[in-house]
Design a protein around this ligand. Structure first.
Ligand SMILES: [Zn+2]
Length: 86
């Protein structure tokens, strides 16, 4: 799926967040996703830019139909939490 120009990818190793989904109404484990945004440098047929000026983070419902944007600080806390639990 795509929002805007660049594709969304699940951030591997990040902790999931159990929360109420405003879209499907269930309490689900939301996964952290990122999406390059801002100024991107890449090859047009590539899915992801080689470099982008910013990364947008969101918590995505497992149905992948709903995402809640979160700050970079929140995202990095989840990544640290996921990595330290291994
Ligand atoms: Zn949902």
């Amino acid at each position: 799926m795509q929002f805007g120009q660049h594709s969304i990818e699940v951030v591997k190793g990040a902790a999931t967040v159990q929360r109420h989904c405003e879209n499907c109404g269930n309490i689900t484990d939301h996964v952290l996703v990122d999406q390059p945004c801002g100024i991107g440098i890449g090859i047009p047929f590539m899915k992801r830019p080689l470099w982008s000026s910013n990364l947008a983070y969101a918590l995505m419902c497992p149905t992948f139909s709903w995402g809640t944007p979160i700050s970079k600080d929140q995202a990095q806390a989840l990544i640290r939490k996921g990595q330290s639990s291994k």
